[in-house]
Design a protein around this ligand. Sequence first.
Ligand SMILES: [Zn+2]
Length: 430
Amino acid sequence: MVGKRPEVVVGPEALPSLYRFCTRNRLQRFFLVADRNTYAVLGKTVEMELRGRDSEVISVVLQDEEIITDALTILRVLLAYSPVQCTFLAVGSGTITDVTRFVSYETGNPFISLPTAPSVDGYSSANVPMIVDGIKKSRTAHAPAAIFADSVILCSAPRPMIAAGFGDMLGKYTSVADWRLGHLLWDEPYDESIARRSLNGVRSCADAAQAIGRATPSGIVSLMEALIESGFCMTDFGSSLPASGTEHHYSHCWEMKLLREGRPSIFHGAKVGVAAILVAELYERLRQLSRGDALDLLKVSRPPLRDDEVRKIRAAFGPMADEIISTQSAFLDLRSDDFERLKQHVIEKWPDIQAIAAEVPPAERMTELLAMAGGPASVGELGLNEEDLALATRSAHFLRGHFTVRRLMEILYPGTGGEPALGTRRSSSS
Ligand SMILES: [Zn+2]
């Protein structure tokens, strides 16, 4: 399947298309992975239909109330698998798909994705985000051989999951802007046509925000198609850069903190959506700066001291700090002449930086869109507190080695990254 776009069917014809796909490709042995809910809404039907067509189906139904992509869940699925060549069927949302993607890849089998909710953009990607020793990491595995998403099932998915899918898409406004900044100022690899595809996806979702909030078939199909396309953008580019920027770093930071503190998890896309509003605020601040303002700020800006930065990482991430520090050498070991060159570059490219920032909608508009889609639209509505907010806005940029708006703000406002003081942020109080 390398280099070949998988077959994708989103709509009422998805399940008949799955069975035709299996017949056409002479697939007769399956290993189905689901959780209790997704087995009940879809897994059981697929299992019975395939058995009725003389296929062999082994099903593993994960029983936990909350399933995490971690070593334990992967091991559970692996233990249920008997080493015969088969096709894995991922029946569920993001976590089930990621676990199935990983185990099928490691055992040398293809997998088919049967999404049960338009909740995340990972269905069509090759990445597996997972928690290893408390740290959110990403492993490369493979994209599905095909995706069959039944629109009736998608429309009846829990509303918060639908809103989370919209939140994950909303994050493309800021991830694409971050990606463009990284390319402009840090020479990150980039592809304009993929960036446009990513932006087109979020724009079509923004146009359909109300329909998505009401879970109409047309709204849900357009959301699912945009999520699948976003996953393809990552697969085609070979990394998550087209779809993941500062807003995802904030989300990862919260996910790890909630897990560490034994607090209930929050849907990935719900966190991303709110984080995208916070990042849109950074872009707003950037837009308010004239070239003259930037010149004044850069005149007094000094490169961060390695010891200070390491101290901040240790304070924020404790036992995980060493591993995080190892990913930060490009920034921690930045020489002062390189820093001066970077500052020069920022001034020379100021009009381009402004053009990139101009493509990010104002935070107020992002909040409105998220509310229209029925999702939590503030840190408070997400169930996070001031301390969670402060950790993400001050330290999340240390989680990945990419240049983002947060890095640019750190150059313009050393030490604070332009973040307002605790308690003064408008979106944290509601
Ligand atoms: Zn995401």
